[in-house]
Design a protein around this ligand. Structure first.
Ligand code: SF4
Length: 475
C-alpha cells in the first residue's frame, strides 16, 4: 500500500509529487492482540511530517503500524490537494484503501473539503483537515480501540519517522501569509504559525541524539519564520535565541549535522544566512545550499503571480552570495505558461536562467487549481505553447546542470550514503537534497558502507543530473 518511489525525476519538488513519499521504516514487530493502523502518506514533506506525528502518537498509545492493508485494523490516508492531479490521486488512494481494507480515515489537505471526499467515497469513517491530529486520533480510537502495554510500547526517542533514519524533515512553521495567485495553500493551511525556536531546536537535538545526520528545514516560507511571533526569544542551551531564521540557523549549526534550508524567499535578511554556511571542504552545521522557489524572473509575471519579493534584484543578490560563498548551491522551481506570459516574458526567464546558472532547477507547466485566483486571470497560454516553453526551458536547465556537473569530474567531494545494495552505494553530495536533486553512485569498494555514513569521493563521471565516483575515505 505504501507509495514507494517509482520513477525518479530529480528536478521536480516533492510538494507536487505525491508518488514519491518515502517508504517507512519501523522498529518494532507487532505483538499478539495489538491493534494496527496503516498509513498512506501522499504529498509534500510537510504532509510527511504530519504522518510521522500521527504515527508517533499512535505508537505511544500502543498501536502497531501495519505496512500493508491486510494487517491493518484501519487505514489513515493523508491526502494532498495542491493540484487537481494530486486531488485525483488522493481520491484514488482512498478508493484503493476502502476496497482493500474497508475502514478508512481521511486527513490532510484534501480533508479541508470534506464534501469533496464524502461525495466520491461516502463510506469513509471520518474526514479531518490538515494538522487536526487530535481529530485523527479520536477517529482511530472510535474505529479501533487502543490496547496499550506500557512495557512493550516504548517509543523510539526520535518518534516514528517515515524518512530513512539518517535524515529527517524539521518542520518549523505551518501556513503562509502570502497570496500567490496560483496557490491555495493559505486557504487550506491558514496564516503563518511558527513553532517557538526552542521547541524546534530541542526537536533537532533529539533527532541528532537518535542518529540523524542530516536535517531538512521545511515550511511554506522559511524566511518568514517567526514573523507571527514577532520573533520572540526563548532559552536553549543556556542562551537566548530569537524565533527568527538567522537565530534558528545559528542554533542548528551548533548541532554539527548537515542542515539544508528549503523554501527560502529572497528577502534582504537572507543575505545574513550566507556567511553562516559551511564550504565544500568543511560543510559545518549549515550546508551551503539554498532552495529558493523563484517561479519566474520577469517582474510583470511575478507581479501577476503576486509572488513575495517580486521586485528583488535576484541576479545581483545571487552574484553577491556566490562571492561570499563560491560553494553555494542554489536550487529552484519555475512555472512556465502562467496566464498572460508573453514570449518576451518567457525569453527574459530563459536569459535570466542562462545568467543565474542555478545548480538544480525544476519546472512546471502552469495548470489551473480549483479555487486558485489565477484561474480567473485573462490570457491563458495555450497548451501547445506551454509544452514548447517547457521543452525550451528544460533544455537550457539540463545543459547548465550537465556543464556544472562535468566541471566536478576529478574533484573530491563529501557525500552522505543513502542506501547500499549488492550493486553499489547511492549517495548525495552537499549540493543534493534527498528526493529532489541528483545522486552520486559508488560502484566499487562500497561493501562496508552503511546509510548515514559520510564519505569523501573522487568524482570520475557525470551525467545531466547524477555523478559517479571512487570512494576515497570514510569520515
Ligand atoms: S508563498 Fe505563495 S506559493 Fe508559497 S505557500 Fe505561500 S501563497 Fe503558496
Amino acid at each position: 500500500m505504501w507509495r514507494g518511489m517509482s520513477t525518479r525525476t530529480p528536478q521536480n519538488p516533492p510538494q507536487l509529487r505525491p508518488d514519491i513519499a518515502p517508504a517507512p521504516r519501523f522498529d518494532a514487530a507487532r505483538r499478539p492482540g495489538q491493534p494496527a493502523i496503516g498509513m498512506v502518506s501522499l504529498g509534500c514533506p510537510k504532509a510527511l511530517v504530519d504522518s510521522e506525528r500521527i504515527l508517533t502518537r499512535l505508537r505511544a498509545e500502543g498501536y502497531a503500524v501495519s505496512p500493508d492493508y491486510e494487517g491493518a485494523d484501519a487505514v489513515i490516508v493523508n491526502t494532498c490537494g495542491f493540484l487537481d492531479s494530486a486531488k485525483a490521486e488522493s481520491l484514488e488512494a482512498i478508493g484503493e484503501a476502502l476496497a482493500a481494507n474497508g475502514k478508512v480515515i481521511v486527513t490532510g489537505c484534501l480533508g479541508a473539503d470534506p464534501e469533496f471526499i464524502t461525495g466520491a467515497h461516502p463510506k469513509v469513517l471520518a474526514v479531518t483537515g490538515p494538522h487536526q491530529y487530535e481529530q485523527v486520533l479520536d477517529a482511530v480510537h472510535a474505529a479501533v480501540p487502543p490496547a496499550p502495554n506500557p512495557f512493550v510500547d516504548l517509543l523510539p526517542a526520535s518518534g516514528v519517522k517515515l524518512t530513512p533514519r539518517h535524515y529527517a524533515y524539521l518542520k518549523i512553521s505551518e501556513g503562509c501569509n502570502h497570496a500567490c495567485r496560483f496557490c491555495i495553500i493559505p486557504d487550506m493551511r491558514g496564516k503563518l504559525v511558527s513553532r517557538p525556536v526552542h521547541a524546534v531546536l530541542r526537536e533537532a537535538e533529539r533527532l541528532a541524539e537518535a542518529g540523524v545526520r542530516e536535517l531538512l528545514v521545511i515550511s511554506q516560507d522559511t524566511s518568514a519564520y517567526g514573523v507571527d511571533r514577532r520573533h520572540d526569544a526563548h532559552e536553549w542551551r543556556g542562551r537566548s535565541w530569537r524565533t527568527h531564521v538567522t537565530d534558528l540557523a545559528r542554533g542548528l549549526r551548533e548541532l554539527g549535522l548537515w542542515t539544508r534550508l528549503h523554501y527560502i524567499y529572497p528577502y534582504p535578511h537572507v543575505d545574513q544566512l550566507i556567511p553562516l554556511m559551511g564550504t565544500e571542504a568543511d560543510p559545518g552545521g549549515l550546508l551551503p545550499y539554498l532552495d529558493i522557489p523563484f517561479q519566474h524572473a520577469h517582474p510583470d509575471t511575478l507581479r501577476r503571480m503576486a509572488r513575495p519579493a517580486a521586485a528583488a534584484r535576484t541576479l545581483e543578490r545571487i552574484r553577491a552570495w556566490r562571492e561570499i560563498n563560491p560553494d553555494l548551491t542554489i536550487r529552484s522551481t519555475f512555472i512556465v505558461g502562467f496566464p498572460g506570459e508573453t514570449e518576451a516574458e518567457f525569453q527574459t526567464l530563459l536569459d535570466w536562467l542562462e545568467e543565474a546558472r542555478l545548480d538544480r532547477v525544476g519546472c512546471f507547466k502552469y495548470e489551473n487549481v480549483a479555487g486558485a485566483r489565477a484561474n480567473d486571470l485573462p490570457d491563458h497560454v495555450p497548451e501547445e505553447v506551454k509544452e514548447e516553453r517547457y521543452a525550451r526551458f528544460m533544455e537550457v536547465a539540463q545543459r547548465i546542470s550537465a556543464e556544472k556537473l562535468a566541471a566536478r569530474v576529478g574533484a573530491r567531494r563529501k557525500a552522505i550514503v543513502d542506501s547500499v545494495d549488492e550493486q553499489g552505494a547511492v549517495c548525495r553530495t552537499i549540493s543534493d537534497a534527498p528526493e529532489i536533486d541528483g545522486e552520486l553512485f559508488i560502484d566499487e569498494g562500497f561493501e562496508a558502507l552503511s546509510p548515514g555514513d559520510i564519505v569523501t569521493v573522487e568524482i570520475d563521471e557525470a551525467s545531466e543530473y547524477d555523478l559517479w565516483g571512487r570512494l576515497i575515505a570514510r569520515d
